[in-house]
Design a protein around this ligand. Structure first.
Ligand SMILES: Nc1ncnc2c1ncn2[C@@H]1O[C@H](COP(=O)(O)OP(=O)(O)O)[C@@H](O)[C@H]1O
Ligand SMILES: [Mg+2]
Length: 363
């Protein structure tokens, strides 16, 4: 019996090299592979109008099929109505007992923070507050002077604001189409008004801006990609440094950052105590995946952003359950084959575990 695995994306890209790669590797597995959007499921008969990976033609072909038993969720939502609808369908799928997701995703940044601040990883978590009003944010800004404000459900550096108090007053900076734009506020009341307006549509969190700048003012961070292997055990696939633009705010690759190997960076920034930092990093990575799965839900892969601050302190900044592959593409293209195999191997693992459990009569 073949397992059925569906890659789920809001815009099923049959031209994606990642999905094509998984498709080509699927030939070696007893897995029927599909690609579809949550919108492609008919609510009346639960038939999906999507794509099937034809192992003979080695390409995606249009097909109608039943909802696959396993789902690799690669959906990225926006604020629009279609996204909201898709989210509801995905939630409905997650609640279907006969369907298993490779990973169930992570909650928003605020819920992540609330859970992790009381965990063994608490000393690596940046103190964070929910932005409730312009006045409250002004109070925090007056105290801390240098802040980052970002949406609780943001991604790719979207709507990340750098707030600071300078001799000219309050300055808000953000990134639009890879350019940093400044907005000075002469009057506190104008700043308060601006914040109150902004938080009407999005929920924001605020935290200290960590000092992650190189000597020439480029922000950098350390990105780690973790995945489960064929036995369901976690391992690190890649580590790399992301280096943002001079005087920039973001280190997201989608915002134009470049990627450098950790070894090269260690030579470049040799004043850091790398042995100490890397020991801590290993300890965190050992703890983190199982902790997240215990607190939230099962996961298949995680992309973690770490900031290394100028005082050698290490901070867990952001955790993503739908990480990109650009780090591996740039630093270790020879690992791409393994990346294509990974969801198939893990699906096979889930499939065997599922059916061996049934065989044992555990249900
Ligand atoms: N507290 C902070 N201090 C310094 N830089 C930050 C801070 N928070 C975010 N950033 C910068 O903004 C980027 C995006 O923030 P992040 O929390 O990773 O959200 P996302 O990647 O989901 O948009 C980070 O990669 C980092 O470069
Ligand atoms: Mg991030």
């Amino acid at each position: 019996m073949n397992a059925t695995l569906g890659i789920m994306s809001l815009t099923p890209e049959t031209i994606s090299s990642y999905y094509q790669g998984i498709g080509e590797k699927s030939i070696e597995y007893n897995i029927d592979l599909y690609l579809f959007s949550p919108h492609d499921i008919s609510p009346t008969n639960e038939i999906v109008e999507g794509y099937y990976f034809d192992k003979e033609k080695v390409e995606w072909c249009k097909e109608a099929f039943e909802i696959p038993e396993f789902i690799y969720d690669r959906t990225f939502y926006t604020k629009d109505f279609t996204s909201k609808q898709a989210k509801a369908i995905v939630q409905w799928l997650k609640n279907k007992p006969e369907v298993a997701f490779l990973g169930y995703g992570l909650p928003d940044k605020w819920r992540q923070y609330q859970t992790l601040k009381g965990s063994p990883l608490s000393s690596y978590i940046v103190a964070t507050e929910l932005v409730e009003s312009g006045e409250q944010l002004l109070e925090v800004l007056v105290k801390e002077k240098d802040l980052i404000m970002k949406p609780i459900d943001g991604a790719h550096g979207f709507a990340v604001y750098h707030l600071s108090i300078t001799t000219d007053g309050i300055v808000v900076r953000t990134t639009k189409k890879s350019n940093v734009i400044h907005r000075p506020f002469k009057y506190k009341s104008a700043f308060i008004q601006w914040v109150d307006q902004l938080i009407k549509n999005h929920t924001f969190i605020v935290q200290k801006r960590l000092t992650n700048l190189t000597n020439n003012g480029r922000p950098f961070d350390l990105r780690v990609l973790l995945q489960k292997d064929q036995n369901g055990n976690w391992h690190t696939v890649e580590r790399g440094i992301r280096l943002g633009a001079k005087d920039g705010i973001l280190t997201n690759i989608s915002a134009g950052s470049t990627v450098i190997t950790v070894n090269k960076w260690k030579k470049e920034l040799s004043h850091f105590q790398w042995d100490y930092i890397e020991t801590e990093l290993d300890e965190i990575l050992e703890l983190m995946p199982s902790l997240l799965e215990k607190e939230f839900a099962p996961l298949f892969e995680i992309g973690v952003d770490f900031i290394i601050s100028e005082d050698n302190s290490l901070w867990i900044l952001d955790m993503n359950s739908k990480p990109g592959r650009k780090l591996v593409q740039s630093l270790s293209p020879h690992k791409l084959d393994a990346l294509y195999h990974a969801p198939l191997k893990y699906c096979e693992h889930l499939f065997t575990t599922r059916y061996s459990t049934i065989d044992r009569g555990d249900f």
